[in-house]
Design a binder for this molecule. Structure first.
Ligand SMILES: [Zn+2]
Length: 313
């Protein structure tokens, strides 16, 4: 089980089964960890060595299959493509600028294929993979896009076969993010570009501090920042949908450890969904967190989500 990702409305009703297993840090291998929080009856821990946040004990593959079987609603439509419009525009412009005029792109967790559409329209060979059969079928309808249902398993694609590989909001769901990134590296051509986007745990820390302010909970609910599920607004990781939590620092370590270079980590654009008030609040939040990131020379980046681009060198 790995990148389930159609980005549609989610059903998170779930409880641990008792089959969960302790795991060590997936980024540095250390077994040293401290408990940070308990969320949805799972333990969220922080690696004492590298700072990676993760869930341990983790659900088994079987548990995750059962969880994801009830995760996607039957009819969801493509909310995701609309929510991610600005991010997808910026991502595709950046990645197309950094690569050749034509090439081969793979989007893992492609949803309804709206990101790949931007590559197909430029004459690229666009491939998609999504855990949701409905999303993969919808992406396949787009001219120039070939999408299939499934997980990003090792050996699924040939080595050095893609110019661009992307995974937007996928890594936090993955069973083993390091293996995932290693496989992306393997299938990229030398010089190829990798793009990912993940929730930013630096923001979660700020967020947790904010909720201690009187009446802040009401504002946060109104802003509907994290998820449509109001019970999980204050979660850092929100297991079992997410098993890992990254910061710009741990993302950079993950990418550079695997061998990527030219790593750029930037605040992600706000998700475009909600009432006018929500959208304004999100824009203010994005503007203020981006400014903090800028004035600190990107040493402190508290944006709700971060996008990373890296090159296989
Ligand atoms: Zn670690």
């Amino acid at each position: 089980m790995s990148q389930p990702q159609s980005g549609t409305a989610e059903n998170r009703a779930w409880a641990p089964t008792g089959r969960e297993q302790e795991v060590d840090c997936n980024l540095c291998g250390s077994a040293d960890r401290c408990l940070v929080a308990e969320e949805n009856q799972y333990n969220v821990v922080r690696c004492e060595e590298c700072g990676l946040l993760y869930v341990s004990p983790q659900p088994t593959d079987e548990d995750l299959s059962e969880f994801y079987a009830q995760y996607f609603p039957e009819e969801s439509g493509d909310i995701w493509g609309e929510m991610m419009r600005r991010n997808f525009d910026l991502d595709s412009e950046y990645l197309l600028r950094k690569t050749g005029a034509r090439g081969k792109a793979l989007d893992i967790g492609c949803g309804h294929g709206e990101f790949l559409r931007r590559f197909a329209e430029r004459g690229w060979d666009a491939f998609g993979l999504d855990f949701s059969p409905e999303a993969a079928a919808a992406a396949n309808e787009i001219e120039g896009v070939q999408a299939s249902q499934g997980e990003f398993a090792a050996g699924l694609f040939e080595a050095e076969s893609f110019d661009v590989v992307t995974a937007w909001y996928v890594l936090e769901h993955a069973r083993a993010p390091r293996t995932f990134v290693e496989e992306a590296f393997r299938i990229l051509k030398p010089g190829g570009m990798f793009g990912i986007r993940v929730p930013n745990m630096v923001f979660s820390k700020v967020f947790l501090a904010m909720k201690k302010i009187p009446n802040m909970d009401k504002l946060l609910f109104a802003m509907n920042i994290d998820t449509d599920n109001k019970s999980s607004h204050f979660n850092i990781i929100d297991p079992p949908a997410h098993l890992f939590g990254f910061t710009p620092k741990t993302i950079e370590k993950l990418l550079s450890d695997v061998g990527f270079g030219n790593i750029a980590i930037i605040p992600s654009q706000p998700v475009e969904v909600g009432t006018t008030g929500t959208l304004i609040a999100k824009k203010v939040l994005f503007g203020s967190t981006s400014l903090v990131s800028l004035v600190t020379g990107h040493r402190f980046n508290p944006a709700p989500a971060v996008t990373a681009y890296a090159r296989k060198i």
